[in-house]
Design a protein around this ligand. Structure first.
Ligand code: CU
Ligand code: ZN
Length: 209
């Protein structure tokens, strides 16, 4: 049995090599590397390299959301959420915004976009019972993000951060299953409890990859 051990590692190495050079956010065709597939009763508990794979997987916690317009609006988009350095980075693109406009952008407490105006998504995701504010600056909701900035075509290239959020850990700050909302107006980062960001233009549900 001992001579067979390298064979069990070979598929793992191939899977890691195939995944690492492809950070393409649109490519969701490959199933994520599953640590269960390398579980083998013949492996000794202190096998070389044990622990390295689970650690790198923790650093690559990723989720996505597709934003659909609310009734009477045309805002839509695709977002990718990635946990890094204790924060969650949000990247992607949102279209159908007001040209040159500034739009409030938050994670909301419910992953429910069923209402025509998306009020079903509830208020800002706020597991710590904090005041509304600005991400990374003093007190704020876990779901608070900086505003999206649209160009002259009404398109926003998204690169934002959530401070205090996690992905897929099942804890109180986990954003998987929560809603994402793009608002008609700018968040002033001050008004309670929503930043006075106005109507909801688009809504999506955050889903783990
Ligand atoms: Cu909001
Ligand atoms: Zn807030």
């Amino acid at each position: 049995m001992r001579q067979l051990r390298p064979l069990f590692f070979a598929p793992v190495l191939i899977a890691l090599a195939a995944c690492s050079p492809q950070p393409d956010p649109v490519d969701d065709g490959d199933p994520p590397f599953d640590p269960a597939t390398r579980t083998d009763a013949t492996l000794p508990p202190a096998a070389p390299g044990d622990g390295a794979a689970p650690a790198s997987e923790e650093q690559a916690q990723v989720a996505t959301a597709v934003l659909e317009p609310t009734e009477g609006n045309a805002t839509r988009g695709e977002l990718r959420f990635e946990a890094a350095n204790g924060h969650v980075r949000i990247t992607g693109q949102v279209t159908g915004l007001s040209p040159g406009g500034e739009h409030g952008f938050h994670v909301h407490e419910f992953g429910d976009c069923s209402a025509p105006d998306a009020t079903s998504a509830g208020g800002h995701f706020n597991p710590d019972d904090s005041q509304h504010g600005r991400a990374g600056q003093g007190e704020h909701h876990v779901g608070d993000s900086d505003n999206l900035m649209a160009n002259d075509e009404g398109v926003a290239e998204v690169d934002r951060e959530l401070h205090g959020a996690t992905i897929g850990d099942g804890g109180s700050t986990d954003i998987v299953g929560k809603g994402v909302i793009v608002h008609a107006d700018a968040d002033d980062y001050v008004s309670q409890p929503t930043g006075n960001a106005g109507d909801r233009l688009a809504c999506g549900v955050i889903q783990a990859l």
